[in-house]
Design a binder for this molecule. Structure first.
Ligand code: AMP
Length: 282
């Protein structure tokens, strides 16, 4: 694996591959890698000649200074993991490299209601920062394909909208959620859970699975109300549990309204905020 910290060095390397007609896949991450991230790399490896993983904890997408400060950083282990699965390139730029003085990296795009619901409501500014960094990393690498996880369902929906608005030719590939054996979605933030809350956190995927079983007999509103109660266990505070159309991300009143219904949730487990989702109908 070759590690680059500078954009121009990375581009020199990739230009040679591109002139040889090699395909490039990018997997953007914030590090503290787990098997969920590695499944994105594996998928990108299957589809491409060269996989570029990026590790960059993007300050512009954190709306909470403590969350940014406490975000886990495990660079040595990340490099080991990436090397062990045959990642071709790791880009690990500094904040100055991503946002150099004199370069306007802001994006003047309107994501409409996609960005104001759910995460957008509870993390103001988060998606603007996320779209800004994904666009910047994509411009640095200029890949053929971009790999992102279903775990951040709203995020990938917004990135799809961004690529459409920019008339980009990059193919966006969604990779399914990797879960621990008990069902908890893998997340870099899981290491911050207390042992008790780590055990309790199984309630999140359980509630999503049970919600799926209720589609036949309940309305979305009834399922949401039931789920919010289910998730309100000691030390846990659900922020939202919303059943939305998987394309527009708008709430649905009736399961017959759409062919693609997704339940999305965010839950505070002690001091750690966890998100998860499940397709209820597709
Ligand atoms: P992050 O480092 O949390 O920004 O995540 C980087 C990428 O990995 C994003 O596209 C996430 O959606 C994806 N990802 C995170 N957790 C998982 C998971 N459990 N399964 C699959 N993909 C994931």
């Amino acid at each position: 694996m070759i590690l680059f910290k500078k954009e121009y060095q990375l581009q020199n390397y990739l230009n040679t591959l591109k002139s040889d007609k090699k395909s490039i896949g990018i997997v953007p991450t914030m590090g503290a890698l787990h098997d969920g991230h590695l499944s994105l790399i594996q998928k990108a490896k299957e589809d491409n000649d060269c996989v570029v993983c990026t590790i960059f904890v993007n300050p512009t997408q954190f709306n909470n200074a403590t969350d940014l400060e406490k975000y886990p950083r495990t660079v040595a282990k990340d490099i080991e993991l990436l090397t062990s699965i045959g990642t071709d390139v790791l880009l690990m730029p500094s904040v100055e490299e991503v946002y150099p003085e004199g370069l306007d990296t802001t994006l003047e795009l309107d994501f409409g209601k996609l960005a104001t619901t759910m995460e957008g409501e509870f993390r103001p500014g988060h998606f603007d920062g996320m779209a800004q960094v994904v666009n910047r990393l994509v411009n640095m690498v200029q890949p053929h394909s971009l790999y992102m996880g279903q775990k951040d369902f709203q995020q990938i929906t917004i990135v799809r909208s961004m690529l459409t608005q920019l008339e980009s030719k990059i193919k966006l590939v969604m990779v399914p959620i990797m879960r621990h054996e008990d069902g908890l979605a893998m997340s870099s933030r899981n290491v911050r859970l207390t042992p008790e809350n780590r055990n309790r956190a199984v309630i999140i995927s359980q509630t999503l699975s049970e919600a799926k079983n209720k589609v036949e007999n309940k309305t979305p509103k009834e399922v949401e109300t039931w789920a919010m109660k289910e998730l309100s266990i000691p030390e846990f505070k659900p922020e939202y549990f919303e059943i939305v159309d998987g394309i527009t991300l708008q709430p649905i009143d009736d399961f017959n309204e759409t062919d693609f219904a997704v339940a999305c949730t965010a839950v505070w487990a002690g001091e750690v905020r966890l998100i998860d989702n499940m397709v209820l109908k597709s």
